[in-house]
Design a protein around this ligand. Structure first.
Ligand code: NBP
Length: 478
């Protein structure tokens, strides 16, 4: 074989990834279950580079130069297992299967273990950036063995996006499922970012009284500052768009029920298992599901509450500036929570993930790309064992400077009846971390009262129980 890489699964993602490899000078073998797709790709884009079209799995494998590198880009779940079973028997020891689909990291761990026994490297790889990213440069999060990265890394570095300083947005994340785990948390953070931006929009619309086009301008202004990011940029585009059919703002004619494919939900499910408080991501997932409960919402429309009274003039502008502070502070909290989850996963599975490197490869190519990520990279590069992003001196200073406005925004939202679960949960997280004492002490007392669950004391070592049903004396346990 002469192809340095092969791609099987030529729907939008696989096709664009194959073109990206070809445009970067690699010979790419291409294959798809339905062979018409393979022909269509070569007919339409064959001029972009060197493609080898393969009709059968045998032809596909024969087209690859050893050690074979074979990217699977099919629908995640059972199709991925089916395709692995189709190809693995045709491969030799040392060959590398790359799964670029949105697999659950637990599936990736299982597949990696099975294939390792057969001498095949399995590289579960998170790929972010959608179809545009796949074609022009995604952010790539490969897991798997160090050895597989040695063979694969140079190719991925060529097709990845480049951060502003020129670094390719790909790094070996860690063994087995580490890449798909990090991609999962990336998507969870993406949910949180989108929810926070949505809340900012809602407040600017209902409290500041701004029109969608004015809000688009406001976001463009923010995008020139510390909130500079792809999501803020496209938010301005969406808000400035007018519906051709009605002449109304596009955002006013779209049904307000958000959908989800499931990676945000996975992030929260896994966070619950790990015991990591990712309240911002959880609120974002719940906000989407609440929006989708049309019956519940229409049945609840008569519930009493305030009617927002929009501000005007300077007061509206001052409020908008406060919303920027609240958005930025809440964003710091979301990333703090997301990186905490990555650290917890890394500790549990012994992945040894470099958090600074993760922030670095999210700087370009992916949906959450933002100037902000360079700051996070800096924070972890300076102190790899940083216990929390909030303990970085610069972030501490920024959130400290933002907090008065942040509190004012959350208070105003509550008074005017605007739901801001993301802003509010972020503030509650921040205040819970700063608190000298938490009511968790009372929780422990309650647990000891009804279930003899015991408690520890602030002034003595040991585990204790109070005889609540008796003379209420305290006994040391164990
Ligand atoms: P889809 O997720 O829609 O999958 C379609 C592809 O899967 C086609 O090539 C189809 O072959 C193949 N396939 C299926 Br379905 N079942 C198969 C089976 N049993 N055996 C062999 N092939 C099978 O494609 P996509 O939207 O390009 O996404 C590909 C992967 O990338 C997914 O895992 C997705 O989650 C992930 N991803 C997508 C995005 C995005 O923005 N779309 C971003 C990042 C990651 P056929 O042509 O013969 O039906």
């Amino acid at each position: 074989g002469t192809a340095q890489i092969g791609v099987t699964g030529l729907a939008v993602m696989g096709r664009n990834l194959a073109r990206n490899f070809a445009r970067n000078g690699f010979t790419v073998a291409v294959h798809n279950r339905t062979t018409a797709r393979t022909r269509e790709l070569v007919d339409a884009f064959g001029g972009e580079g060197a493609f080898v079209a393969a009709e059968s799995p045998e032809d596909f494998v024969a087209a690859l130069e050893p050690p074979r590198r074979l990217v699977i880009m099919v629908k995640a779940g059972d199709p991925t297992d089916a395709v692995i079973e189709e190809f693995a028997p045709l491969l030799e020891k040392g060959d590398v299967i790359i799964d670029g689909g949105n697999a659950h990291f637990a599936d990736t761990r299982r597949r990696e273990q099975e294939l390792r026994r057969r001498g095949i490297h399995f590289v579960g790889t998170g790929i972010s950036g959608g179809e545009e990213g796949a074609l022009h440069g995604p952010s790539i999060m490969p897991g798997g063995s160090v050895e597989s990265y040695a063979s694969l890394g140079p190719l991925l570095e060529r097709i990845a996006a480049k951060a502003p300083d020129g670094t390719p947005t790909v790094t070996h994340i860690g063994p087995d499922g580490a890449g798909h785990f990090v991609k999962m948390v990336h998507n969870g953070i993406e949910y949180a970012d989108m929810q926070l931006i949505g809340e900012a929009y809602h407040l600017l619309r209902s409290v500041a009284g701004f029109s969608p086009t004015r809000i688009a301008d406001t976001f463009r202004g923010w995008n020139a500052g510390r909130l500079d990011s792809y999501l803020i940029e496209i938010t301005a585009e969406v808000l400035a768009h007018t519906d051709a059919a009605t002449g109304r703002p596009f955002v006013d004619v779209v049904l307000d029920q958000a959908e989800q494919k499931g990676t945000g939900r996975w992030t929260v499910q896994i966070a619950l298992d790990l015991g990591v408080p990712v309240s911002g991501i959880a609120e974002a997932v719940f906000a989407r599901s609440l929006s989708g409960h049309a019956d519940l919402r229409s049945a609840s429309r008569g519930l009493p509450g305030p009617t927002p009274a929009p501000l005007s003039g300077d007061a509206a502008d001052r409020f908008a500036a406060r919303v920027e502070q609240a958005l930025y502070a809440s964003k710091i909290v979301s990333y703090t929570q997301g990186f905490h989850q990555i650290r917890a996963g890394s500790d549990l599975y012994d992945w040894d993930i470099d958090l600074g490197a993760v922030a670095s490869i999210w700087r370009a190519g992916c949906i959450i790309r933002a100037a902000f990520l360079d700051r996070i990279r800096g924070a972890y590069d300076t102190r790899p064992d940083l216990p929390s992003l909030l303990s970085d001196a610069e972030f501490t200073a920024e959130i400290g400077a933002a907090q008065d406005d942040w509190r004012e925004v959350v208070a105003t939202a509550a008074r005017q009846g605007i739901p801001t679960p993301g802003f509010s949960a972020a503030l509650a997280y921040y205040d819970a971390l700063r608190a000298e004492r938490l009511p968790a002490a009372l929780t422990q007392g309650q647990r000891d009262f009804f279930g003899a669950h015991t408690y520890r004391r602030i002034d003595r070592e040991g585990v204790f129980h109070t005889l609540w049903g008796g003379d209420r004396s305290e006994v040391a346990v164990g």
